[in-house]
Design a protein around this ligand. Structure first.
Ligand code: DGL
Length: 359
């Protein structure tokens, strides 16, 4: 009997050591190499007390601090970080976008980089995500992550968001899905996601379309893929650009006039996104400014301030007569990104309309 027990104990020990050896063998060499590019935001913020979730300072912690604050990262990926910017994202600029996009394309062309995570403020995260969705030239995962509470707050959401974003960026499931946004256990497409609540962790939604998938524990689960063209199927190339065409957004409301359109045209806008009422309606009082702008070559895209639904051609405006572009289901800030990139290729409204049906 004793002999049998000894044999069983020995077998258990051998099994434990072989499992441990297997885990060690599956160590760093088998972990995905993930680069974290930091731009600032609340995820790098600091509040004065542990209950401060508004009135904190965004964009203070450097990328290494973000990484060191989540030691678990090293168990799921070979991590390294770069500080691209340190800004609250309401201050995001075309220059940062171009720097970020070029660095991403450079890194993803390397065999020793498997995916990229971008830490970012939530205010303009949806804009950066869509811009990168249209200009990244790789199928490797690119995941934007932020937080609604600073790391100094109780139940801060940033650490777990970052941990899961790194897992997602190293996952085979995320390959070829375009640029993704990961917060609050939810995986969104860079095209469809938008910030819907000013101050809560469940703020990011894709109205009417929904998420691509979710995290269940530490596992990403996808239920659909984006249909519109993106990344390697995108015609837009920013690698040789140092600037982007100026495109502004005009918000329409009762009693509005053409003053904003006149001002943006005078400022040199090459395109104007009109955030119209209802199904993208333009007010009668705006038309003199609209026609003056178009005489100067300004391309006008009709979107809606409503936030949901499709702005169809020749619905609330005679698009054929006025050569307007209908913005499909993109909100004004997303339509601005697509119009900016379209204007790097053409200023023909008919061609730009096809672009809006494609991306
Ligand atoms: N200033 C805002 C920004 O950087 C804070 C919001 C956030 O990052 O969550 O986008």
């Amino acid at each position: 009997m004793k002999h049998k027990l000894f044999l069983m104990a020995t077998m258990v020990l051998v099994l434990m050591f072989s499992l441990q050896a297997a885990c060690f063998a599956a160590g760093p060499a088998n972990l995905p190499a993930i680069k974290i590019l930091a731009t600032g935001g609340t995820i790098a913020g600091a509040g004065s007390t542990s209950s401060t979730t508004v009135g904190y300072t965004a964009a203070v912690a450097p990328v290494d601090a973000l990484i060191n604050n989540v030691p678990e990262l090293k168990k799921v990926a070979n991590i390294s970080g770069e500080q691209i910017a340190q800004i609250a994202s309401e201050n995001m600029t075309n220059e940062v976008w171009l720097t970020l996009a070029k660095r991403i394309n450079q890194l993803l062309s390397q065999d020793d980089v498997d995916g990229i995570v971008i830490t970012h403020g939530t205010d303009t995260l949806e804009e950066t995500a869509y811009f990168l969705h249209l200009v990244v030239k790789s199928d490797k995962p690119v995941v934007l992550v932020g937080s609604m509470r600073p790391p100094t707050a109780m139940s801060a959401d940033g650490m777990l968001n970052l941990y899961r974003a790194v897992i997602l960026a190293g996952s085979k499931e995320a390959v070829g899905k375009g640029v993704l946004v990961m917060l609050n256990d939810t995986i969104h497409s860079g095209r469809d996601v938008t910030k819907t609540i000013t101050d809560r962790v469940d703020t990011f939604k894709a109205p009417e379309i929904g998420p691509l998938g979710f995290f269940t524990g530490d596992k990403p689960v996808f239920y659909r893929s984006p249909l519109r063209q993106h990344t390697t199927a995108s015609e837009f190339d920013i690698m040789k650009l140092s600037t982007l065409p100026r495109v502004d957004i005009v918000y329409h409301y009762a009693n509005n006039s053409g003053t904003a359109i006149e001002a943006f045209t005078k400022a040199g806008a090459k395109g104007i996104v009109h955030a119209g009422t209802g199904n993208g309606s333009i007010g009668k009082a705006e038309y003199p400014a609209v026609e003056a702008a178009q005489k100067k070559g300004v391309v006008i895209v009709r979107t809606s301030r409503v936030g949901n639904g499709i702005v169809a051609r020749n619905g609330e405006a005679d698009d054929d007569k006025y050569n307007f572009v209908a913005g499909d289901n993109l909100n004004p800030q997303k339509a601005r990104i697509l119009l900016m990139l379209a204007l790097t290729r053409t200023s023909d409204p008919k061609v730009i309309q096809e672009i809006f049906w494609t991306y």
